[in-house]
Design a protein around this ligand. Sequence first.
Ligand SMILES: [Zn+2]
Length: 464
Amino acid sequence: MEIYNTLNRKKEIFTPINKNEVKMYCCGPTVHDFAHIGNFRARLFFDVLKRVFIFLGYDVKQVINITDVDDKTIKNSKKANMKLRDYTEMYTKFYMEDGNKLNITPAMVYPKATEHIAEMQKIIIGLLEKGYAYESEDGIYYDVSKFSDYGKLSGIELSGEVSRIKQDEYDKETASDFALWKKWDKEDGEVYWTGDLPKGRPGWHIECSAMSMKYLGETIDIHSGAVDLIFPHNENEIAQSEAYTGKRFVNYWAHLEHLLVNGQKMSKSLKNFYTIRDLEKFGFDPMSFRLMVIDHNYRTKLDFNLDGLKKYEKTLDGIEIDLATFKTLETLMHGKEDVSPILNALEKFRKGLEDDLNTHIALEAFFEVINVMNEKYSNGKLSKVFYTTALEAIEKMNSVLGILKDYEIPKKVIELAEKRKSLRKENAWDLADGVRKDILEEGFKIIDLKNSEYIILRNRKYGR
Ligand SMILES: [Zn+2]
């Protein structure tokens, strides 16, 4: 597989440290509010990247951290008049729930910053001992001028006087000595730790170095995040980790591009700020968003808008109807049939993904299988061997795309559907139609097939 490595600014062949294993760290959410759809574009990227590695035969160890202490979480929890822990746990729960709605598979571990203070302190002490860090009146800082490779990821240059910055997020144009440990001040309230360092709390960047090393080792295969993390966050992670261990921290850095809304950066003040819950309020199935994200390659900007999402919802609904229809096929031709269209699509699918995760091409290949099945189905000429090969291919492809998700149909809906079937047999069309509406009320729809057979599917507001 080839992947674009931000460190070397080119596509490179992916070679893991251990054969058949991928050690992958993803910069996860800061749980200060509901994650927005831009955050979930990132989470979907992490999910698909992991699924691709699994598809290609690797075991994947995936770590996604939860930032549950930083400037923003402290500020917002105070505003909400809640304890930091209660506040961040609430938003972590929402983050996980929204991830499930997008069919995201769980990471190996979701470590929390507040549960790794000792690991962070150990690195900070090591950096002090090696002369990469110094103590000032308000904290312990990393001295960027001491690390000769500083800037190798982002291309930022050190020039002249370097200032010192306590905030977690800062100017993306200038290198600064950044806080590893912030000494307590009254703004922090009850949030502080002691241990081996003065009373205080960690800076934001140190947690990713500590947790990546703890769960994956000193050198890992791949680290990913959104492009806005390249500087200063990821640059600082490299500086901390490599100065501490004397080893390379990460072999491949994979960054995904932004999500825009109607061509603009998402922001609450522009009223173009959406969460997954907002999409649901508008009546969307969150899975339509998954399909939309997958149709756009991760290194291109995704310009989101609600009309666009409606199209994806319609497409998703169409795929589900087609597949459910295929699965009701009972009589299939015997004998041989050329299955090369399916095998070619699978090959295109794999090649697309191996080319820097081209999910757009992979999705195209998926539709080639659906289309050829549709064609044969409507011609009434589908052999058993073709049918089985195609369904297997669809399953394999969906193991990466994750766009089709099983769901349960309530007993009540099944009973209503049977009632409708008998009413139709008795030619009681009006009554049958009434039952159809009852089924819609329950969030499901009936698709009628030949011989008074039918399928039940979830009803989508913007579906086919
Ligand atoms: Zn991080």
